[in-house]
Design a protein around this ligand. Structure first.
Ligand SMILES: [Ca+2]
Ligand SMILES: [Ca+2]
Ligand SMILES: [Ca+2]
Length: 339
C-alpha cells in the first residue's frame, strides 16, 4: 500500500488496526503503533471489517467512517494516545440493511439490522456519531427521533444511551461511546385519546322509561380511551383525571359488582374496529384517588358522595400500541346523580 503523503502515527495505528482485523493477523504492537481496535476479537463478535475511526498520536485523524457510521472528533482528541474506532461484522457485496425488532430497549419501534463495534481508547470529551439512513437501509424520516443503542457483549437487549433527531437523512449523536456494540433505533409515539359520553339511566318522574336529565336523574358517564400511537406509554403511567361538573354527584359504592364504582371494560370501543385489548387493568381501590373541592385526598362514603369532586385513575400495566394496525382501547363507566 502506498500513500501520496506520509502517514502520521495516529493514521498508522488506525491503518494497522484495520488490516490486522480484516486479515486476522496480529501485528507487533509497539508503544508507537499499538493495536487500538479490539472489536475483531471473537469474544467481541468478530467485528472484523471496514474498521475506521479517529485518533491522535503526534498528529491526528479527526474523522473516519465504517459502513454508514461516521465518527467526527468534537472534543475527544485532547491528547496523544486517544482513539475511537468502529467496525462491522460482515464482509459482503450486499451490506446488511433494513430493520430488526430483536433485543430492543423499551420506547422504540425498531432498530437498524446493522451494528458496529466501537472501541474507545482514552477518556473525556465527545465525538459526533453520524448514521446515514439511506446507507444503512433506514427510511428517511427527517424530524423523527432516534436513539443510540449500546450493549456490552454479543447478545442481550440494547440500552438507549443518547437521542437525536434525523436531519437531512443523517442521525448525529454527540456522545462519548464506551466499548461495545452499537446500533441506532427509531422512537415511538403514544397518541392517547379520551372521549366522554353520557346516558341518562333513570329520572324521578319517568323512572327507567325514556328518562330525562332532570334534577334527581341518574346519569352514567363512559370514558373511552384509545391509543392511536405506535408506542404504549410507560408501565403504570396511563392516568385518567376527571373533574365532575358542579351539579353532579359521584356514586362511590359498588357499581361493577366487585365493590368498585368504576366499570372497566376492555377491548369494546365501538365504532372503532378492529380493536385489541389495552393490556391494562383497573385495580380498585389501589389505582384510584378521590379528591374534594380543595384538591385534598378524600375517602368516599360508598354512596352518592357530594364531597368527591375529582377522581384520578392510574391504570395498571403497559398500554398496547396500535403498531400492528388494531387500536387498543378500553372504557371506564361511572355513575352520577344530577342535583
Ligand atoms: Ca485488534
Ligand atoms: Ca476476528
Ligand atoms: Ca477500549
Amino acid at each position: 500500500m502506498f500513500y501520496q503523503t506520509g502517514l502520521n502515527n495516529a493514521q498508522r495505528s488506525i491503518l494497522s488496526s484495520y488490516l490486522s482485523a480484516k486479515w486476522n493477523k496480529a501485528f507487533a504492537s509497539s508503544p508507537t503503533y499499538p493495536d487500538v481496535y479490539s472489536g475483531d476479537e471473537t469474544v467481541q463478535g468478530d467485528y472484523d471489517f471496514f474498521v475506521g475511526g479517529i485518533g491522535r498520536a503526534a498528529g491526528s485523524q479527526t474523522s473516519g467512517t465504517s459502513q454508514g457510521l461516521t465518527i467526527t472528533n468534537s472534543s475527544f482528541l485532547s491528547g496523544d494516545g486517544k482513539y475511537i474506532l468502529a467496525g462491522v461484522n460482515y464482509l459482503t457485496t450486499t451490506p446488511i440493511t433494513g430493520t430488526s425488532n430483536i433485543d430492543m430497549p423499551s420506547g422504540y419501534l425498531n432498530r437498524s439490522s446493522r451494528s458496529w463495534y466501537i472501541d474507545r481508547t482514552g477518556n473525556g470529551g465527545l465525538v459526533d456519531l453520524s448514521f446515514n439512513a439511506s446507507e444503512i437501509g433506514l427510511s428517511v424520516d427527517n424530524g423523527a427521533e432516534y436513539g443510540l443503542f449500546h450493549r456490552v457483549g454479543t447478545s442481550g437487549a440494547f440500552t438507549a444511551v443518547a437521542t437525536a433527531t434525523m436531519i437531512g437523512g443523517v442521525i448525529t449523536f454527540n456522545h462519548l461511546p464506551d466499548d461495545g456494540v452499537y446500533t441506532v433505533g427509531k422512537k415511538g409515539i403514544s397518541n392517547i385519546t379520551l372521549v366522554k359520553t353520557n346516558q341518562t339511566i333513570e329520572d324521578p318522574v319517568n323512572n327507567l322509561l325514556n328518562p330525562k336529565a332532570i334534577p334527581g336523574s341518574i346519569i352514567d358517564y363512559t370514558l373511552t380511551v384509545r391509543n392511536l400511537g405506535d408506542l404504549g406509554p410507560d408501565t403504570d403511567t396511563t392516568l385518567i383525571k376527571d373533574t365532575l361538573q358542579s351539579e353532579l354527584t359521584l356514586f362511590t359504592g359498588d357499581l361493577d359488582g366487585n365493590g368498585s364504582p368504576f366499570v372497566f371494560t376492555d377491548n369494546s370501543c365501538p365504532p372503532t374496529t378492529p380493536t385489541i385489548t389495552s393490556n391494562l387493568t383497573l385495580d380498585y381501590p389501589s389505582d384510584v384517588v378521590f379528591k374534594d373541592a380543595l384538591g385534598n385526598i378524600a375517602t368516599p362514603s360508598m354512596d352518592y358522595d357530594t364531597s368527591i369532586r375529582t377522581f384520578e385513575i392510574t391504570l395498571s400495566g403497559l398500554m398496547n400500541s396500535n403498531y400492528l394496525a388494531d387500536v387498543p382501547c378500553f372504557t371506564v363507566k361511572y355513575r352520577t346523580k344530577l342535583q
